[in-house]
Write a protein that binds this ligand. Structure first.
Ligand code: CAA
Length: 379
């Protein structure tokens, strides 16, 4: 067993941290306040090779391993979780399924631009009646000559309003339920497709979350990803990988909470001494650090399993479950350490508090992660 990061992984951490400190952290609060999307930062992340980290070089990617990817998402999220999820979704939920299930033509057509940040990707599964019950998809795709005609409305799509390429799940045979779902690559600009309402969120405000509307949208037959009817398995297998990204994001938020709390507790004086001298604060810091380190190890281990080609469904659910709950605990405690100041917008922990909550919800709620873990245990 080797817990050391290799040279490449260390280099990725350094690169991601330097970029995040310089380009993202100083403006993260402003983007959050205005709920505006940091397009230029995303473009630069693309130039660094961070938008398609696990895509092989032959398709224009950075050809990195999954642990490097987790480290990069962690470091970017340590500065700004919204930027972290924009990056994670393009890597895990757009590039990865095209890489895993796409034919040569699809890989050559879509991966290079996605991987280099020239286009942005999204993954569209959720609907009003299909949240945790992801199989209950009502959006339909009916074959008509050389096209599928798609009708329906998708919600809560990360990157939805900004994406050029959407990995879409729709029912091609409703009677067959989960065995009648298929996956499509939809391009922005295809007739009958438009982004709908942009959500006004509690946190992750610099990440775009939108509705997608399909009205007789004609998607060419060659944009079917994988086999017809295989979509539900593609959706769940893709989410396994996505959950590594969200776990890494939660680790980044937790780490930011810890660092902010240590720094503040060393400055703030009450009762004639800095508050880090009080055991009440020390215990909070100790618990936070232990939580975050455990979350990090679960996350890297899952990334390592994926890299080795082993089944990692349960490990990903465990990492996502633990890391997201650890991030929320860290954020609650970081606000507490900061006292009244922690509740004020001028301190970053206020944003971490709001951002952390979403990690327990998207890409499968904590309740869904527990279902996935239990199903693996009882299989
Ligand atoms: N990989 C591949 N196949 C899988 C799988 C996996 N991880 N998990 C299950 N399957 C297969 C099963 O083997 C089964 O196959 P058979 O029918 O051949 O036996 C099939 O998929 C159906 O499995 P289940 O019966 O377990 O499915 P279910 O309907 O009971 O659902 C669930 C289980 C775990 C609740 C699932 O619906 C789920 O994960 N829900 C949460 C969805 C989710 O995470 N949504 C987030 C969407 S993305 C988002 O958050 C926004 C964004 O933009 C990022």
């Amino acid at each position: 067993m080797d817990f050391d990061l290799d040279e490449q992984q260390q280099m990725i951490r350094k690169m991601a941290r330097e970029f995040a400190e310089k380009e993202i952290k100083p403006v993260a609060g402003e983007f959050d306040e205005k709920a505006s999307f940091p397009s230029e930062i995303i473009e630069k992340l693309g130039e660094l090779g961070f938008m398609g980290m696990m895509v092989p070089e032959e398709y224009g990617g950075a050809a990195m391993d999954c642990v490097s990817y987790a480290i990069a998402v962690e470091e970017i999220s340590r500065a700004d979780a919204s930027t972290g999820v924009t990056m994670s979704v393009t890597n895990s939920l757009a590039c990865q399924p095209i890489l895993d299930y796409g034919n040569e033509e699809q890989k050559k057509k879509y991966l290079p631009d996605l991987a280099q940040g020239k286009t942005l990707g999204a993954y569209s599964l959720t609907e009003p009646e299909a949240g945790s019950d992801a199989g209950n998809i009502q959006t339909t795709a009916v074959l008509d000559g050389d096209h599928y005609v798609v009708n329906g409305t998708k919600i809560f799509v990360t990157n939805g309003g900004k994406a050029d390429i959407i990995v879409l799940f729709a029912a091609t045979n409703k009677e067959a339920k989960t065995k009648g779902i298929s996956t499509f690559i939809v391009e922005k600009g295809m007739p009958g497709f438009k982004a709908g309402k942009k959500e006004d969120k509690m946190g992750m405000r610099a990440s775009d979350t939108s509705e997608l509307v399909f009205e007789d949208c004609r998607v060419p037959k060659e944009n079917l990803l994988g086999k017809e009817g295989a979509g539900f398995k593609i959706a769940l297998a893709t989410l396994d990988g996505g959950r590594i990204g969200i776990a890494a994001q939660a680790v980044g938020i937790g780490q930011a909470c810890l660092e902010a709390s240590i720094a503040y507790s060393k400055e703030r004086e009450q009762f004639g001494r800095t508050i880090c001298k009080f055991q009440a604060i020390q215990w909070i810091l100790a618990n936070m650090a232990t939580d975050i380190e455990a979350a990090r190890l679960l996350t890297y281990r899952t990334a390592h399993l994926k890299e080795k080609g082993e089944r990692f469904t349960m490990a990903a659910a465990q990492a996502k479950l633990f890391a997201s709950e650890a991030a929320v605990r860290a954020a609650i405690n970081a606000v507490q350490v900061h006292g009244g100041y922690g509740y004020m917008k001028e301190y970053d922990v206020e944003r971490y508090f709001r951002d952390s909550k979403l990690t327990e919800i998207y890409e499968g709620t904590s309740e869904v992660q527990r279902l996935v873990i239990a199903a693996s245990l009882l299989r």
